[in-house]
Design a protein around this ligand. Structure first.
Ligand code: ZN
Length: 241
């Protein structure tokens, strides 16, 4: 089977639609989501509805957590906090409790799924350095762990002794290695490439591929402006930073 791994949709409906439209061309049979369905963008209700219907498994991100209850304001910067407060006002009680009730960690087709890190998933730590990846490798048993949260796609590989970090579009998994893979962000990429990012895992071929999909960033930006959300949240969609 070939399943899509979506993360950090962040209420960006134009990006999410473009990603779903690309599934057929990429032979995708099913999909999962690594959280941060909402936050930053202007379409939280559509993002929740699409992800809920589409994905076999969804885990909770820090923005989902914060949007689900005022108790979980969290440590957000001003723009993110403003977007979370606005998002809370858009979501129904049922949508908010759906997000708040998502699991922090799940397994799917032999892979571990988590938003930030398999090490204390609810503390939302960022895996940005090899040191973080080394600690994360000790916190899951499976050969493959899929994460999001940093919005930058990257592959970490270990043979049990050494670890390597690779920024490549595709790799074939070997039996004697383990993998920690960040699938990037559908709705707010930060690696300098504004195209939506997701991964396709092929369980027969044992490959993982990062797929990039162009979408109408101007439209998503206009929707953010129209919702009265901070202009910086629209601007970063066109820069991919
Ligand atoms: Zn995020």
């Amino acid at each position: 089977m070939r399943y899509a791994v979506l993360s950090d949709v962040h209420s960006n409906a134009p990006a999410l639609r473009a990603v779903v439209d690309s599934f057929d061309a990429n032979g995708v049979n099913s999909s999962v989501c690594l959280g941060d369905v909402v936050g930053y963008g202007a379409d939280p209700v559509e993002a929740v509805a699409v992800i809920r219907k589409l994905c076999d498994v969804v885990v909770r991100g820090n923005h989902d957590n914060a949007a689900s209850s005022e108790e979980f304001g969290g440590s957000f910067n001003d723009d993110a906090g403003e977007a979370i407060a606005w998002t809370r006002g858009q979501l129904s009680t049922a949508e908010a409790s759906y997000l708040g009730g998502l699991p922090l960690s799940a397994s799917y087709e032999g892979a571990r799924l988590v938003h930030a890190s398999p090490l204390n998933p609810g503390s939302w730590t960022y895996i940005t350095r090899m040191r973080d990846a080394t600690a994360a490798f000790r916190a899951f048993e499976e050969p493959l762990c899929l994460v999001g949260h940093t919005h930058e796609p990257v592959f970490y590989v270990t043979d049990g002794k050494r670890r390597r970090r690779r920024e490549i579009p595709r790799l074939r998994m070997k039996h004697d290695r383990r993998y920690l893979i960040n699938v990037g962000s559908v709705g707010q990429p930060r690696d300098g490439d504004p195209r939506a990012s997701y991964a396709v895992v092929d369980t027969d071929e044992q490959t993982v591929e990062i797929v990039r999909v162009p979408y109408d960033t101007e439209l998503a930006g206009r929707r953010i402006a129209g919702a009265g959300l901070p202009a910086s949240l629209a601007e970063r969609l066109t820069s991919g930073r």
